[in-house]
Design a protein around this ligand. Structure first.
Ligand SMILES: [Zn+2]
Length: 101
């Protein structure tokens, strides 16, 4: 039996009683041209791929991670709700009134 834990609160996610939610985050440099040039029909993802291909060796891993970063999290339903409410983890100025039934 595969045992999943929430990557946020570290609680076990019991597949019988609760749903496991998967968050996939993809963060990449936009590489937008500085000047507006509508004839520029570049494929930005292809460019990122090219950049990554030219980055060899472990010392460049940090640079590659800045250009393109993908991560996956397992979340329980509570953490999923919190993530959806505030995906960027911004400070919440006012307390939301979540009912705790
Ligand atoms: Zn959780």
């Amino acid at each position: 039996m595969i045992h999943h834990t929430c990557d946020c609160c570290k609680q076990a996610i019991d597949s019988k009683n609760s749903v496991r939610y998967i968050v996939r985050l993809e963060v990449y440099a936009s590489l937008d041209p500085v000047e507006e040039d509508l004839s520029d029909d570049r494929d930005h993802l292809l460019e990122i791929h090219d950049i990554l291909e030219h980055l060899d060796g472990d010392e460049d891993a940090g640079i590659a991670d800045e250009v393109y970063h993908q991560v996956r999290y397992d979340l329980c339903s509570d953490c999923r709700r919190r993530f959806v409410e505030n995906p960027l983890g911004r400070p919440v100025s006012q307390q939301f009134d979540f009912s705790q039934n």
